[in-house]
Design a binder for this molecule. Structure first.
Ligand code: CU
Length: 666
């Protein structure tokens, strides 16, 4: 039952898609599905749609043929009558669709059954294949062996765990890569380094019973989060409503969660903020040219799909408190759907103080606690995990946080060898190479409607002169990003640069255009020659922010098919026509992530590295929009007597703990 044009495909719709393609003769036994997803209706169509209108449902399938490696795109119309039809089925020349989870597992099985692989491992002393993990990756075209560039080609690392439940990524089999034809699952070659370091004596375990001498802390007391009356949000189909916010959730194999039609109810008036927000690409170049790592540039969204990698979440472990979960449904490579139970976590969190002031004269304290609404997923991409949190705040802020955890890739060194300058020594004779995780957030913001202008705002010191005799004046300079020729903006620490998405047609109470500000945190430079092959595939990495004019078909900044790509078929192509960007429907592409200079403390499992960016109202509201947040009922305490400017002390010489039960905080 479809209720809205943006609802993700259901189990039934996946099944009907494969049935229609089989009936039409397009799904022959040699073909596999790289993906099936909602053929998302055009933005204009969705915005014109009203409750009760007919819902057009179409699926988009990407298939490839394992017999001849050709790729196809198929559109199936999922008619309300049930009379489904294949609208189109076309060969897409010269592209390689994303790799699938099925192939990752099939490759592991096939290589362990290969006599050459078994013999090569035995030669190194590895005879228990149950301890071996074959971890297949994809390539960029330029680093693929020339003779196999026409193949669906994988290259595989080999890892060996120390015990059956040990860290699968603790012990690399260094200097040896398997080159695999992924269509036939045949081994084409074993590539060897010229000099091979023997396994290093590492302690790579994190499960307590495997860590020698590990005892667990005994001073962690229970911490319960309860909401006796339930959470303050409601989930209505795929729509979430909470504290003036409303948005619609979707999920697909590639982006994972997609947040649509974000609105804020401003005193009874629902106001648009975003049409669609998601992660459009992730590029992880390893910045180490050694044999083990030069191929290692991962596109976890375009090559694999973080939707496919999304894990079921466990209450009390992954999420704490009063949780509502949404399931996700995705197909395997045969087109058969299955459900990821508890894929998306929805919950409220306390986030300390929202606003506060203590009146120094009369001692009155007014304080509000902050809450945020969180939408989160966890994706496991082989050795790494990415935890994604979209957070909505009571003051109109939106925060997008990503936490990286999991296991770093490591390499053994030869006895007595220096650690290369491209990595950090993390254990005995073992280093972890530097790498970067570039995430590209696609932010189709609509600030009070679609006609918006992006303005780059720099802070600068005004010249010293009669108007500014002490050189104290700081001014801001706002420069509109006028057309796509000016797309590709760089963060500037020196000017504390930020970008505002303004609606020049709508003003706030003081007469300035309403806006939201993109606060550019977690940005870092690519540090790569733009003529190099991995840069040519993903020039999006080279700038902090790109702005484009909205087009429904512009979703993937490194191209629809970045797997085995030579060069960019995305952003740089879209901006080549230099479309105007003033007072029009703009899309922001924010590039952020983790510049991972590896640490010893990241071994053997990384405590989360946390990065985020913010979207903050900037003249969107007429004043602090959270004045209406009620005080905490029945609790609180006075702040004690204030000691003047910023120097207050709490309580009166008693312990801090006794100050809490005085008069209420309102
Ligand atoms: Cu990392």
């Amino acid at each position: 039952m479809s209720r809205h044009p943006l609802d993700s495909l259901s189990t039934d719709e996946f099944n009907r898609t494969t049935a229609a393609l089989r009936a039409s003769g397009d799904l022959i036994p040699s073909r596999r599905f790289a993906s099936i997803t909602l053929d998302e209706p055009a933005k204009a169509t969705v915005l014109a749609w009203r409750e009760g209108d007919p819902v057009v449902r179409r699926s988009l399938s990407v298939l490839w043929d394992r017999a001849d490696n050709k790729a196809y795109e198929g559109i199936v119309d999922l008619a309300e009558s049930g009379a489904d039809s294949v609208v189109s089925f076309v060969h897409v020349p010269g592209v390689t669709p994303n790799f699938t989870v099925d192939e990752w597992h099939d490759c592991d099985v096939a290589m362990k059954a290969n006599t050459r692989v078994v013999a090569a491992l035995a030669e190194r002393g590895f005879t228990d294949l149950d301890l071996v993990c074959i971890d297949v990756w994809t390539y960029g075209y330029a680093v693929m062996p020339e003779q196999w560039r026409d193949k669906r080609l994988g290259w595989a690392d080999i890892w060996v765990r120390s015990t059956p439940t040990g860290n699968p990524y603790a012990n690399p089999v260094s200097g040896m890569k398997l080159i695999v034809d992924m269509n036939t699952m045949t081994l084409l070659e074993i590539e060897y380094d010229t000099i091979i370091a023997p396994p290093a004596p590492v302690m790579g375990e994190y499960e307590p019973d495997l860590v020698p001498g590990q005892t667990l802390r005994t001073d962690v007391k229970p911490l319960e989060i309860t909401q006796p009356d339930g959470p303050s949000f409601e989930v209505d189909g795929n729509v979430v409503r909470w504290q003036n916010w409303e948005f619609r959730l979707a999920f697909n194999y590639r982006e994972g969660p997609v947040i649509h039609q974000v609105k804020y109810n401003d005193h009874g008036r629902p106001r648009d903020i975003a049409y669609r927000m998601s992660f459009a690409e992730m590029i992880v170049p390893y910045r180490d040219s050694s044999f083990d790592h030069y191929r290692r540039t991962a596109y976890d969204i375009g090559e694999w799909g973080i939707g496919y990698m999304t894990q079921s979440l466990a209450l009390g472990c992954d999420c704490l408190g009063e949780i509502r979960y949404l399931d996700a449904v995705l197909p395997n490579s045969l087109g058969e759907p299955s459900t990821i139970a508890n894929a998306i976590c929805l919950h409220e969190e306390d986030n300390a103080v929202l606003w506060k002031h203590v009146d120094s004269i009369n001692g009155r304290a007014e304080v509000r606690r902050a809450r945020r609404m969180v939408v989160s997923i966890h994706a496991t991409v082989a050795n790494y995990e990415y935890l994604v949190y979209w957070r909505f705040y009571q003051d109109g802020n939106i925060e997008c946080e990503v936490r990286a955890t999991g296991i770093m890739v490591t390499t053994p060194l030869l006895e007595g060898a220096q650690t290369p300058p491209t990595g950090t020594l993390v254990d005995q004779r073992t280093y972890a190479p530097f790498h970067q995780h570039f995430l590209v957030a696609r932010l189709d913001l609509d600030i009070d409607g679609q006609d918006n202008t992006v303005v780059e705002v720099d802070s600068m010191a005004a010249p010293v002169g009669p108007e500014n005799p002490y050189g104290l004046a700081v001014v801001t300079q706002a420069t509109p990003i006028a057309s796509e020729a000016e797309s590709g903006r760089q963060y500037s620490w020196d000017t504390q640069r930020a970008w505002k998405v303004t609606n020049p047609n709508k003003v706030n109470a003081v007469g300035t255009p309403v806006a939201y500000k993109l606060v550019p945190t977690a940005a870092f430079p690519v540090l790569m020659d733009p003529a190099m092959p991995q840069f040519l595939r993903a020039p999006v990495m080279g700038k902090t922010l790109w702005v484009t004019r909205h087009h429904d078909d512009e979703k993937w900044p490194c191209g629809t098919y970045p797997t085995q790509s030579i060069d960019d078929q995305g952003l740089t192509k879209w901006i080549a026509d230099n479309e105007p960007l003033i007072d029009t429907d703009v899309v922001l592409w924010y590039v952020f992530g983790i510049h991972h200079i590896t640490r010893i403390e990241d071994w053997p499992i990384m405590p989360v590295d946390t990065v985020s960016f913010w979207l903050k109202p900037f003249g969107f509201f007429d004043r602090n929009p959270s004045l209406d947040v009620p005080p905490q009922p029945g609790h609180g305490g006075t702040a004690g007597r204030s000691g003047g400017h910023g120097g207050g002390h709490v309580g009166e010489g008693t312990s801090l703990g006794t100050a809490g039960h005085g008069p209420s905080c309102h």
